[in-house]
Design a protein around this ligand. Structure first.
Ligand SMILES: Nc1ncnc2c1ncn2[C@@H]1O[C@H](COP(=O)(O)OP(=O)(O)OP(=O)(O)O)[C@@H](O)[C@H]1O
Ligand SMILES: [Mg+2]
Length: 435
């Protein structure tokens, strides 16, 4: 966008004459007129003064900066903030990587920004996928790659503040600290202006909600924003034109490859045990990587030994340890849902199988179908359960093991017993279809 034309537009919108603006910004009307018509070059100081006078939220400063940096390329910082991700351990997800490529191509041919929100359960590999893809396409974004961990699923107070994140991005793009406005709206506008005419890739990792990421979205053609979250970002899809990519467990061959890559030569000749272990981990990357670590940590411990331990102690081997990543990942989702939804989740740990229908869930909760439908939808929204057919949900094994543990710890025994009673009564009159 042209600086002069933007200045003229903003001045017209505010209903100011050149003379009035000149008074407010302390520049001569003649000089401002030259800048507006493109015969005068705007300095950063002039841009800042007009920005303040017109309350442009940093738009003019960013345009001036973009214009100036265009003539002194070597002085422009090119941020490259991507972390390593799964690095050499990354395996598979070819289809998802291709889908992201397709979204980028689509945005390029439509002349729009690409915005994709990746969602899925805790530890499904959303972050790893986003980082892997970003590394693959980083060369297509000559103006830089920005990355921020929004810490969406840690305790509320520790979540990244959007204003602070944008501040960091603007600084990385070379905006001086004292040129960054204080309000979040102005920062967001400045960020969008800074991205105008540039080719930037932004990765917003582990977002809590659409609300948290909205100020960081870009509008400029040639830019791309990839978001990861456990929450399904319906609002971003409906209101901000984002595409959604939901990931779940890996294909069996892929998840076996995650195990063999992470365990290394110790897993040789254990094809059958690897296959069983991948299955026990429900093909979820975090569980797979934790399992691989358990084996790799002890030279004498075979894959088959872990398979045996998991079979006898259920997934507790992966989830019981307080310091364990699987435990940590799932518990942070559990802690974030509201108390009625959290109770619904742990009661699901009493269900005998991984597929649960509305009737059984309602029996467990002892509540009407409509209430339970809403509770299950809330759990689905953060991928603590996965929706299958209408009125049916699936609990991946690590989640089921975790729910079973929570119901023992957090639900009073009488309430647990009553839930089992109701479920039994429900099953007697409505036997599950598979039996
Ligand atoms: N395709 C993959 N190949 C190998 N390892 C992977 C793959 N995907 C994820 N992992 C590993 O699995 C673990 C969990 O992945 P990641 O952190 O990306 O999950 P996530 O879905 O972002 O989890 P959260 O919901 O907690 O943010 C990490 O150790 C990561 O390196
Ligand atoms: Mg993540």
């Amino acid at each position: 966008m042209d600086f002069g034309a933007t200045l003229r537009r903003l001045r017209d919108e505010r209903g100011l004459t050149l003379r009035k603006l000149a008074n407010l910004a302390h520049y001569s009307a003649g000089w401002l007129s030259k800048v507006e018509t493109g015969t005068g070059e705007p300095t950063l100081e002039l841009a800042q003064a007009c920005d303040d006078a017109l309350e442009a939220g940093g738009e003019l400063v960013a345009l001036a900066r973009a214009r100036l940096s265009g003539s002194t390329q070597e002085g422009v910082p090119r941020p490259a903030q991507l972390p390593a991700g799964a690095g050499a351990m990354f395996v598979g997800r070819e289809r998802e990587l291709e889908l992201l490529d397709e979204h980028l191509e689509l945005a390029k041919s439509a002349g729009t920004v690409m915005t994709v929100a990746i969602d899925g359960p805790a530890g499904a590999g959303k972050t790893a996928l986003a980082i892997r893809w970003a590394h693959r396409v980083a060369h297509e974004f000559p103006d830089g790659v920005l990355f921020a961990d929004l810490r969406g699923f840690v305790a509320r107070g520790k979540r990244a503040d959007p204003g602070g994140v944008i501040d960091g991005f603007l600084t990385a793009l070379g905006v001086p600290v004292d040129g960054i406005p204080s309000s979040i709206e102005q920062r967001a506008a400045m960020m969008r202006s800074a991205a105008a005419g540039k080719r930037l890739l932004v990765v917003l990792d582990n977002a809590a909600s659409g609300l948290q990421v909205r100020p960081m979205l870009l509008g400029a053609q040639g830019c791309a924003v990839v978001i990861t979250s456990r929450r399904r970002m319906t609002g971003l899809v409906l209101r901000d034109g984002a595409a959604r990519l939901t990931i779940g467990p890996m294909e069996p061959a892929e998840s076996q490859a995650v195990l063999t890559t992470a365990i290394g030569s110790q897993a040789e000749d254990e094809t059958e045990a690897i296959r069983a272990l991948a299955e026990q981990c429900a093909h979820l990357p975090l569980a797979l990587r934790v399992a691989a670590e358990k084996v790799a940590a002890r030279a004498s411990y075979r894959v088959a030994d872990l398979v045996g331990d998991l079979a006898t102690k259920n997934l507790d081997v992966l989830t019981m340890d307080e310091n364990d990543f699987v435990h940590e990942a799932i518990s942070s989702s559990y802690r974030q849902v509201d108390p009625p939804a959290a109770r619904m989740f742990r009661l699901l740990g009493l269900h005998p199988g991984p597929d649960i229908d509305l009737g059984a869930a309602a029996a467990l909760a002892g509540q009407p179908f409509t209430t339970v439908q809403r509770l299950m939808e809330r759990l689905e929204g953060v991928h603590l359960v996965e929706g299958k057919a209408r009125g049916t949900w699936h609990l991946y094994e690590p989640l089921r093991a975790y729910a079973a543990r929570c119901v023992l710890e957090d639900e009073p025994p009488e309430s647990r017993d009553a839930a089992i009673q109701r479920l039994t009564t429900w099953f007697l009159s409505n036997p599950p279809a598979s039996e």
